[in-house]
Design a protein around this ligand. Structure first.
Ligand code: HEC
Length: 120
């Protein structure tokens, strides 16, 4: 029963999402800016609003804290950050119990790592 309710919620959210005409949501790959990613300006806001409720220093669920640059860098370096947000097989799917991050948010995080995981 729980699964059916979850699937229904996801379908409804998907339909609602498709009926809005926000350009950024309709054309994420066209609108997505991934050049010269900044930890503070681009990456931190995504992690703060999607992950800190379970993974800040106070609520470090699963012993995982993503708070601050050093906290996040550890999981960027060991591959768990990208594996969990991309929902790759063999990884826990994050954010847990919530829809996957927008593809543009995932692209920004990957670009930040490719650009050297800078503390900027
Ligand atoms: C509602 C709570 C919740 C949210 C929100 C959440 N997580 Fe988690 N996360 C957990 C729990 C609980 C675990 C430990 C159990 C597990 O691995 O599933 C975990 C584990 C992890 C792990 C370790 C996985 C492993 O295989 O060792 C990573 C990395 C992670 N989360 C990243 C994230 C990221 C990145 C976000 C935001 C995009 C996020 N989490 C959002 C609850 C959450």
């Amino acid at each position: 029963m729980k699964n059916i309710q979850l699937i229904l919620i996801i379908v409804i959210l998907f339909l609602v999402g498709c009926s809005t005409d926000v350009e950024e949501e309709l054309y994420p790959s066209i609108e997505c800016q991934t050049a010269e990613m900044s930890y503070t300006a681009d990456i931190l806001p995504i992690i703060e609003s999607n992950c800190y409720q379970c993974h800040d220093a106070a609520n470090n669920f699963g012993g995982i804290t993503l708070e601050g640059y050093e906290g996040l860098k550890t999981f960027a370096d060991n591959g768990l950050l990208v594996g969990t947000i991309r929902h790759e097989s063999g990884f826990s799917f994050m954010p847990q119990g919530a829809p996957q991050l927008l593809s543009c948010e995932i692209e920004k995080i990957e670009a930040w790592i490719e650009q050297g995981t800078k503390d900027n």
